[in-house]
Design a binder for this molecule. Structure first.
Ligand code: GUN
Ligand code: FE
Length: 443
């Protein structure tokens, strides 16, 4: 690792209003951003420049830095099912494809092998932070923790909790489950790794009874850690939930009564939330991981993200592999724009999200949804340097170069960022940094 690093060139900070571009410099010391500015060639910065030990990297005209991508929701054990088994709606899909695959993770060797590929694939795609669902298995999910530590990825990792019977026999007895969750949390915390945190993970209201969810909420509170689950993904699912918890007025109420619906929870989907549930999300400070690929592939529905944002809800993006068919947040970002456009074309009042808003959701929006925005998500002094160096015309780039632009130089950089957002892929992500450490380099 370079302890002292300076980049000079275009540095981008996506916000909900627009993408702010600094043509300047960023100084990184021991993984943290210590200075960002526009005027590199002043006396003070010359001092920094000439000080021993700084590595200075000058970015080319077609290169720029963006904050690392944040995947707020993915299932690491489901990667072997990527791109297959998408012919059934959610509940049938879980029974037919997902629970049988996840059952295999009692085999720690299998788990270690798959998870190594998963983490490498995500880093290659620019996911510097991932919020993972593991499987039901304690030891298997600890293999995922070992993999993220080995590859220096920032991650929240959850051992999935389930105590409701299913045909695959994929559930635990409540007492065993609670013991295993406590052991899991303690083991992850014992690593004292700054990048990795445990997250309490009740799968969803149809996999956990009230008693289990209440106890899980206590474990989360005792350890001040986040909780993740699924909510209002599919209409049949909602119907079953309201039948199973007839004392509850809506889906969010089920989680609320168990104490897991608060400002430390991140819920995947929220495709079919009622207005009342949306205000509960905003009031309680709960976040949503929007997973457009999965919502389309499992035919769950079109999530009204604009409405969620307008209601004051924190939203990040998730790939939701393997309901989602793509592990890349750049893909999730584009599909977010597509879903939003489709809702608009269908005549809803939603104004479509533009590429700058979608890029915000993929970076700072996701960091905020995961309560990590004091550490990552943008280039600000005091934050960790989690960054992607993008090269528009890298080797084998999917983007061709034409010497034509109607924009002036200041706007031309935003045109180049826009082209990456619409057309780029992992080949354009030439370097990836997590807390200042280079974890990918194809420059
Ligand atoms: N709801 C409960 N479990 C799952 C899962 O694994 N994937 C998705 N998309 N939804 C779920
Ligand atoms: Fe999911």
């Amino acid at each position: 690792m370079c302890d002292k690093l300076i980049f000079v060139g275009n540095i981008l900070n996506p916000t909900l209003d627009n993408v702010k571009c600094i043509n300047g410099y960023i100084v990184i010391e021991n993984g943290k951003i210590t200075s960002v500015g526009t005027n590199f060639v002043n006396e003070e910065n010359k001092q920094i420049f000439f000080k021993n030990g700084y590595t200075v990297k000058l970015l080319g005209r077609n290169q720029f830095l963006i904050p690392g991508f944040v995947d707020c929701h993915t299932h690491a054990p489901q990667f072997p099912n990527l791109g297959i088994g998408l012919d059934r709606p959610l509940l049938e899909w879980l029974d037919k494809y997902t629970f049988p695959l996840e059952s295999h993770y009692s085999d720690t060797k299998f788990a270690a092998h798959v998870y190594d590929q998963v983490v490498r694939r995500l880093i290659n795609n620019g996911t510097t932070t991932a919020c993972y669902f593991g499987s039901l298995h304690l030891e298997g999910t600890l293999e995922l923790v070992k993999c993220v530590i080995k590859h220096n990825q920032r991650a929240l990792v959850g051992k999935v909790s389930m105590n409701v019977k299913n045909d695959a026999g994929y559930y635990n007895d409540t007492r065993v489950e609670l013991e295993e969750v406590k052991t899991f949390v303690n083991k992850v915390l014992e690593y004292k790794n700054e990048l990795v945190e445990p997250v309490i993970t009740p799968r969803f209201a149809l996999s956990c009874d009230t008693e289990l969810m209440k106890q899980l909420s206590n474990i989360a509170k005792e350890n001040s850690i986040l909780i993740q689950s699924h909510i209002a993904e599919n209409k049949k699912e909602i119907e079953f939930v309201l039948n199973s918890f007839s004392e509850c007025s809506n889906y969010a109420d089920v989680y609320d009564r168990c104490g897991i619906f608060n400002n430390k929870c991140i819920m995947a989907h929220g495709v079919h939330l009622t207005d009342r549930e949306m205000s509960m999300f905003a009031r309680k400070g709960a976040s949503i991981a929007h997973c457009p690929a999965s919502n389309t592939r499992l035919r769950s529905g079109l999530c009204p993200v604009r409405k969620l944002l307008d209601s004051g809800i924190k939203v990040g993006l998730g790939t939701d592999v393997s309901g989602g068919d793509n592990a890349s947040i750049l893909d999730a970002l584009r599909r977010t724009m597509d879903v939003s456009e489709h809702l608009n074309l269908m005549g809803t009042k939603e104004s479509p999200l533009n590429w700058e808003e979608a890029l915000y959701l993929a970076t700072l929006g996701g960091a905020t949804a995961l309560h990590l925005n004091d550490k990552i998500g943008s280039f600000e002094v005091g934050k960790d340097f989690d960054a992607l160096l993008i090269d528009l015309y890298s080797k084998d780039s999917p983007i061709d170069k034409y010497d034509f632009s109607v924009a002036q130089e200041e706007e031309a950089i935003l045109e180049r960022v826009q082209r990456f957002v619409y057309m780029g892929d992992d080949r354009n992500i030439v370097q990836v940094y997590i807390k200042g450490k280079k974890v990918k380099d194809i420059l």
